[in-house]
Design a protein around this ligand. Structure first.
Ligand code: ZN
Ligand code: ZN
Length: 160
């Protein structure tokens, strides 16, 4: 298979993973799998949290893709895209935002600082409902997220 096609497959998998991760976070983690994800919205009590099980599962899926890629043309390129996404996710989310490893630098402006600030807004809410900004490598403007946060968490109007 030619190199250009492999690069296109890997790039599509990388972008597709952000869409997939957004949907998983929005509808599954803040949905039926909240019992695992809730640990990520509480102070961590040890080196790991229940939510890390998702990372483990997705890593195993990437490993499986590499294995199947031995016999299915193009799947290794997809596996590479998925793995690169995993590395980017880990660096952004676990290192730059949550500092589970010492970050090599602290982004002060630009794209990375925007992502970090947006993810902190995600953590402004500690409940299944009412959260904003579910993506990891893309986030809408902060002003939009703050407005959405206010709308979702507006106290009920007093009854009279
Ligand atoms: Zn969350
Ligand atoms: Zn987080």
């Amino acid at each position: 298979m030619n190199a250009l096609l492999n690069i296109a497959l890997a790039a599509s998998a990388f972008v597709g993973m952000e869409v997939f991760a957004w949907a998983m976070h929005r509808w599954v983690m803040h949905g039926s799998a909240w019992t695992w994800h809730e640990s990520h919205h509480r102070p961590r009590t040890g080196p790991f949290e229940r939510n890390d099980r998702f990372v483990l599962i997705f890593s195993l899926i990437a490993v499986a893709l590499f294995a199947i890629g031995q016999v299915v043309p193009g799947l290794t390129a997809v596996a590479i895209g998925v793995t690169l996404y995993g590395v980017a996710y880990f660096t952004m989310h676990e290192v730059l935002v949550h500092r589970r490893l010492p970050p090599p630098f602290t982004p002060r402006s630009g794209y990375l600082a925007h992502l970090v600030a947006a993810h902190h807004l995600h953590h402004a809410v500690h409940t299944r409902e009412g959260a904003v900004s579910f993506g990891f490598l893309y986030a809408p403007p902060l002003r939009k997220l703050r407005a959405q946060l206010r709308t979702l968490n507006r106290p009920p109007a007093p009854q009279d």
